[in-house]
Design a protein around this ligand. Structure first.
Ligand code: URA
Length: 243
């Protein structure tokens, strides 16, 4: 038995939070009866209707995509540009990206049809760590990197503490490669953090997401996540650590 809002999110109806709103608003029926209790548990055998439409319970699937630059990370693009979903022509389930990567950012993006899992991976309260490799224009000063570490003021507020490591510095080209680990996921956050210290990002790659890395994949390639990896990511979200 699973909680009703979890089953709804997994079926792709809406995020778990929006599913809760739909339940409380009296828009959900289980076996013909309107249910407004958030604690309600349902099984695969129960017939669930949302605003009069029966939901289809799909098997949950999970992929890791190494997104190349120049690809949109939404399910569909109104301008008809290639999206992350276009890398999965053979997948019939309605998968979508977990969170976003900018058009010009490469690296790990998880694709799934499991809304509950997507919520666990993206809500800042679960603090899933994401590591980026940023090539900067200009060489950040040590004290500026400390600011990034401690938290820096952006137009939408202070950032949470980050882990920052200089990988290399090219004095001649006035550029640096910096590794930065954050657990928030604000829009263009890493780019804005480097803008705030006067060293804009030239290129950005998400190298690690929780326990996942791009190891073994080239840009544009994907692989299914193992059951173990999915479980580990859930444990990471729920407890903050693995093992
Ligand atoms: N931060 C950014 O600035 N861009 C991304 O795509 C991800 C994190």
């Amino acid at each position: 038995m699973e909680r009703l809002q979890k089953v709804m999110a997994q079926a792709g109806v809406a995020s778990r939070r929006k599913s809760e709103d739909l339940i409380v608003a009296g828009k959900v029926k289980v076996n013909g009866e309107t249910v407004t209790e958030l604690g309600t548990r349902v099984s695969l055998a129960d017939r669930i209707e949302v605003e009069g439409v029966q939901i289809v319970k799909e098997e949950a699937i999970y992929y890791l995509l190494y997104k190349p630059r120049g690809i949109i990370s939404t399910a569909n693009d109104e301008k008809g540009r290639k999206t992350v979903v276009d890398f999965f022509p053979e997948v019939e389930e309605r998968i979508y990206p977990v969170g976003r990567l900018d058009y010009d950012t490469s690296g790990i993006i998880i694709m799934t049809n499991d809304g509950e899992f997507a919520y666990l991976m993206t809500h800042p309260k679960f603090e899933i760590k994401k590591t980026y490799i940023a090539k900067t224009k200009g060489i950040p000063r040590r004290e500026d990197l400390r600011k990034l570490e401690r938290g820096i003021k952006l137009e939408d507020g202070m950032t949470a503490p980050a882990r920052v490591k200089t990988i290399s510095v090219d004095q001649k080209a006035k550029a640096a490669i910096i590794e930065i680990t954050i657990h928030e996921g604000r829009n263009r956050q890493v780019r804005r953090m480097f803008d705030a210290i006067g060293c804009p990002v030239d290129s950005l790659k998400r190298e690690q997401f929780g326990n996942l890395t791009t190891r073994g994949l080239n840009a544009g390639e994907a692989r299914p996540l193992t059951i173990h990896e999915v479980k580990q990511l859930r444990v990471l979200a729920e407890t903050g650590k693995i093992g």
